[in-house]
Design a protein around this ligand. Structure first.
Ligand code: ZN
Ligand code: ZN
Length: 152
């Protein structure tokens, strides 16, 4: 045997399989020498990919969340830093309010709600059109047409 050790033989075999043998011959080799092993490896790789996929997806959603917070913070900083009604300053409680409603946006308008509306408010900077409200004041305004804070 021309190989110095077992590893060298394995490395040569691998090279041989990859570079010399035909596909059919490789399949035959796999079948003869490692079919059980190959099935095991495939299974292992599958679960590895799955784990990684979840990791990647988690990272992605984490990134989206922090991106969203960044944009929201920029909006809040630009428009005074607190709820226009009650003065709440905690970022997580704050949201964008369209002072004159969403008139002119149309229901299908992409930039009427959610993150795109923040982007638009930052881009346009119109304190007459956009303001900060906390979720409490905003939803009370939405449901009742007024906020109790303004009804002493
Ligand atoms: Zn408020
Ligand atoms: Zn209020």
């Amino acid at each position: 045997m021309p190989y110095k050790n077992h590893e060298e033989k394995l490395a040569y075999d691998k090279w041989y399989r990859e570079n010399v043998l035909t596909k059919e011959e490789v399949q035959k080799y796999n079948h003869e020498y490692g079919i059980k092993n190959y099935a095991k490896i495939a299974l292992h790789q599958k679960s590895y990919v799955k784990e990684n996929r979840e990791k990647v997806l988690a990272q992605k959603s984490q990134y989206a969340k922090s991106k969203k917070k960044e944009i929201k913070k920029l909006f809040v900083d630009m428009y005074g830093g607190k709820c226009a009604c009650c003065g709440e300053t905690i970022l997580e409680f704050l949201t964008l309010d369209h002072i004159h409603g969403r008139n002119g946006f149309g229901k299908t308008e992409k930039e009427a709600r959610g993150l795109p509306s923040y982007r638009r408010a930052i881009r346009e900077y119109k304190p007459d059109f956009y303001r900060i409200l906390c979720y409490n004041c905003n939803s009370s305004n939405g449901h009742y047409g007024y906020c109790p804070h303004q009804r002493n």
